[in-house]
Design a protein around this ligand. Structure first.
Ligand code: MSP
Length: 524
């Protein structure tokens, strides 16, 4: 039986159109999902939208629409965006889906029946845009620590989840499973900022919020949006429905990938809920850093004054899904924050995609055509220079496999591009054009070109989960299947000798950066 792999994105709020920041998390997950498929695993990749809560209602009202009308339009736009970005999810869950709402009610009932939920009175500080209650000590300058906006005192009858009972269990969890929450620094944040000061019971219902899932046995209460949202990871698999077969197969998740600002919900509330339900916990939670635009996160509750064009709906058709995926995957060290700027993107496009990768492929293909009529040569024996390059390629390949075990997409894609740089350096060293001019050096020329072709093949196989459009073109020109499991990535014998390679169009056309910057400024 195939090993299974279950990966999730957060479910995004469709209160605004999705940003390049949302694309970041989705692209990472899509890449990790595709990579694990190529490793031969049975992969389930979940994404979706978090559609309840006051903020969604307010956005719909502002647009002069009902919630349903508003959401359907936003979700159509989101799905189109994921298609443009070449995202292949297994399932898209909407928290307004009927099966999800029913399962949330069942889960709430179960927690109540087990005595983990009780009725009380809530008196707290609430930030409406973030849908979060805060304690006095968590506020920053008296304002919401997430978005910096005003909070207001609110009192109401409410149901509570006994989160305070889980402090020791959570501390044990982090201690006994050092891999549970990554990167490791996030564990200290949870322990020092939330658990050590003392976990309070969590208010899990609101009577003032109408747009949400009602508590089944007390319907004037609406279930707190985060309880509703977190359960998506199991309801999407059919937990709480008539057909829990996917749940039985795929739960626990191998990893929840989320932004660092929502780690506390995933590393505290979610495991506590699962423990209360007697369900297994996700194996790992990865809290990635932010992509900053002019120093800001384009955050969910704040407008920014960014003057650059950062709309993925404009950037993707103009530069390709591959190019946008590349900059998202490469530029932000995984786990830390990173800066996006149009200028860096365009510069990297020319240097890495066009020069390093694109040029290597087109140079090699044209040399093969010129010297061997496009026929892949067979080679008896490689010399030291070729073997040196081959060893470097295999070492980088090992690095890629290792980094991907820890979901470090940024280091992995850097290693893949090192393969292309090494090959370019080797061309300078091997000087095939000079060898071609020498009498009796045909075998050597064959060895050089075969090594280059095989290097490109291995690099492209590894790169396919990251950027499938350009790599697909190269694989097809090699007469190799796309989206197949990794084969022959540890040898230089993956191409059929004496076969003719196919035609290949330019992978990444060189950009005139000044002109692009000017045109993009007009579009922003
Ligand atoms: N709905 C909640 C998540 C519920 S999960 C059970 C939510 N949604 S959100 O739309 O506000 O944000 C979702 C995610 O978008 C963040 O966790 C983060 O992964 C991603 N990002 C949004 N802007 C981002 C950046 N600028 N940089 C990196 N990731 C960003 O929170």
């Amino acid at each position: 039986m195939k090993e299974k792999f279950y990966i999730t994105t957060p479910i995004y709020y469709p209160s605004n159109k999705f940003t390049l920041g949302n694309c970041y998390t989705t692209v990472i997950c899509d890449t990790i999902a595709k990579f694990n498929k190529k490793l031969g695993k049975d992969v389930f990749f979940l994404t979706g939208t978090d559609e309840h809560g006051q903020k969604i209602s307010l956005s719909a009202q502002k647009a002069g629409k009902t919630e349903k009308e508003y959401l359907d339009e936003m979700i159509a736009d989101a799905k189109k965006l994921w298609q443009m970005l070449d995202i292949n999810y297994s399932k898209f869950i909407r928290t307004t889906d009927d099966y999800h709402e029913k399962a949330v009610q069942k889960i709430f009932n179960a927690l109540y029946e087990k005595g983990y939920i009780y009725k009380g009175k809530y008196n707290g500080l609430y930030c409406t845009p973030c849908e979060s209650f805060w304690t006095e000590s968590q506020l920053v300058n008296g304002k919401c620590p997430d978005c910096g906006r005003e909070v207001k005192v609110q009192e109401e009858e409410a149901y509570f989840f006994k989160l305070s009972q889980f402090s020791d269990k959570l501390l044990d969890l982090y201690k006994n499973n050092p891999e549970f929450l990554l990167p490791n620094s996030r564990v200290n944040e949870m322990v020092n900022n939330f658990i050590k000061p003392g976990l309070q019971d969590l208010c899990v219902s609101r009577t003032s919020v109408k747009w949400g899932v009602p508590v089944e046995f007390d319907p004037k209460h609406t279930i707190y949006v985060w309880i509703d949202a977190l359960t998506n990871y199991i309801t999407a698999l059919g937990y709480g429905s008539d057909d829990p077969s996917l749940f039985e197969k795929f739960w626990p998740a191998d990893v929840h990938i989320i932004g660092k600002e929502i780690v506390r919900f995933h590393a505290i509330i979610w495991p506590a809920m699962l423990m209360a339900l007697d369900l297994p916990l996700p194996k790992r939670i990865f809290g990635h850093g932010w992509m900053l635009f002019g120093g800001d996160k384009l955050s969910k509750s704040k407008e920014t004054g960014v003057k650059e064009c950062v709309d993925p709906r404009i950037l993707i058709p103009r530069y390709s899904a591959d190019a946008i995926r590349y900059i998202l995957l490469r530029e932000i060290p995984f786990g830390s924050d990173g800066n996006y700027s149009t200028e860096t993107f365009l510069t990297k496009f020319n240097a890495d995609l066009c020069n390093n990768f694109g040029n290597l492929v087109s140079r090699t293909f044209s040399m093969l055509k010129k010297y061997f009529d496009g026929i892949i040569p067979s080679v008896e024996k490689y010399r030291e220079n070729e073997i040196n390059l081959q060893n470097k390629v295999l070492k980088e390949k090992d690095n890629v496999l290792e980094y991907m075990k820890n979901f470090d997409v940024s280091k992995a894609i850097t290693s893949i591009f090192n393969i292309f740089s090494e090959a370019n350096t080797y061309i300078q060293l091997a000087q095939p054009w000079a060898v071609a001019k020498q009498e009796g050096q045909e075998e050597q020329l064959k060895a050089i070109l075969r090594t280059l072709l095989e290097t490109i093949r291995i690099g492209v196989e590894l790169l396919e989960p990251f950027m499938s459009e350009s790599t697909g073109k190269v694989l097809s020109a090699f007469n190799l299947k796309t989206n197949s499991t990794f084969e022959n990535i540890d040898n230089f014998d993956g191409l059929k000798a004496n076969e003719k390679i196919g035609e290949l169009s330019i992978l990444f056309p060189r950009l005139d950066i000044a002109k692009e910057l000017e045109e993009l400024a007009l579009l922003s």
